[in-house]
Design a binder for this molecule. Structure first.
Ligand code: R5P
Length: 308
């Protein structure tokens, strides 16, 4: 059924030639997709989406056939996106696409990696298997892996490439008059904090976190001095902001001069940002894995290098 494209300002390339390889963008992530296409020197074409009044999605792929499609879509607020991914992949394959690479800088459903209560769906495994049916290769950035340490173990059926945004954090760490003290709010963050600290020759500390609910978090600092230090909190994901807020409050209580935060993915659920600011965090910097005004690092070059 015909519909008016809701994103008329979104540039759509119209040449009717066979593309060997191109980046396909989705409306809410078009800027990042265009940056990736520019870094790869490939055309960027638009997937059009329409939401019917009953909530169903209508997907329209470009009419130009493409052999290798690079779908660039970060999977935050993922439920509709997963259905649209399925519709997109099936339509592309019907139209002759032989290879589909999904660039999903934020990878959803990675945190539920175990049956915490009898009957829990192990979402990581199930969504991983679903993705493996849709695409040939998945490229992602700092996926949240806890009990399973590598993405190829979490999603064995899929060819995966895991990148880390921590290599881009350097310039933010140099914005302090004195070398900052890096603080990881929990055990899982140690992998990133240690790497960054070693790369920039900085001190670091790892706190202990106890989460008793979605917004209920307690953080205990290790016994070391925070007095007059500029503290930079490092984490992979900011969701409700409670983890970093709790860590910031403790650091301020322990005498820190300032607290800032660096994270790869800024989901910022509801009041997360205000909550973090009220806890004393002066600046929050994130990558463009999820569009937000805190974005300081573009991932395009990092991802392009992996695709090349
Ligand atoms: C959990 O282990 C993650 O690394 C993050 O610390 C967590 O997801 C952050 O969640 P929130 O912002 O809701 O505290």
């Amino acid at each position: 059924m015909p519909f008016t494209a809701p994103h008329a300002s979104h540039p759509i390339t119209t040449e009717r030639m066979n593309d060997h390889c191109c980046v396909l963008s989705f409306p809410e992530y078009v800027d990042a997709a265009q940056r990736l296409a520019a870094a790869l020197r490939l055309p960027c074409r638009a997937i059009d989406l329409h939401r019917f009044p009953d909530g169903e999605s209508c997907v329209r792929v470009p009419s130009t056939p493409v052999e290798h499609a690079i779908l660039c879509r970060s999977l935050f607020s993922p439920n509709d996106k997963l259905i649209e991914l399925m519709l997109t992949s099936a339509t592309l394959r019907d139209r002759g696409t032989v290879r589909i690479t999904l660039v999903a800088p934020y990878l959803c459903y990675m945190r539920q990696d175990a049956e915490f209560y009898p009957g829990d769906a192990i979402s990581q495994k199930i969504i991983g298997a679903f993705l493996a049916q849709q695409v040939d290769t998945l490229i992602t950035v700092d996926p949240h892996l806890h009990r399973v340490h590598a993405l190829e173990h979490a999603i064995p059926a899929l060819r995966t490439v895991t990148l880390s945004a921590t290599t881009l954090f350097g310039p933010c760490l140099r914005e302090h008059a004195e070398p900052p003290l890096l603080l990881g709010p929990d055990r899982e963050s140690e992998q990133w904090v240690r790497t960054i600290a070693q790369a920039h020759d900085l001190d670091f500390a790892i706190a202990q976190k106890d989460r008793s609910g979605d917004t209920s978090v307690r953080v205990e600092l290790p016994s070391r001095s925070f007095k007059n230090r500029d503290v930079v909190l490092i984490d992979d994901v900011i969701s409700t902001g409670r983890t970093l807020a709790a860590a910031a409050q403790q650091a301020m209580r322990a005498g820190a001069r300032s607290v800032r935060a660096l994270a790869t993915h800024g989901v910022f659920v509801e009041d997360a940002e205000a909550f973090m600011r009220n806890a004393g965090i002066q600046d929050v910097w994130t990558s463009d894995s999820i569009p937000h005004h805190s974005n300081r690092f573009a991932l395009a070059e990092l991802i392009a290098a992996a695709i090349d």
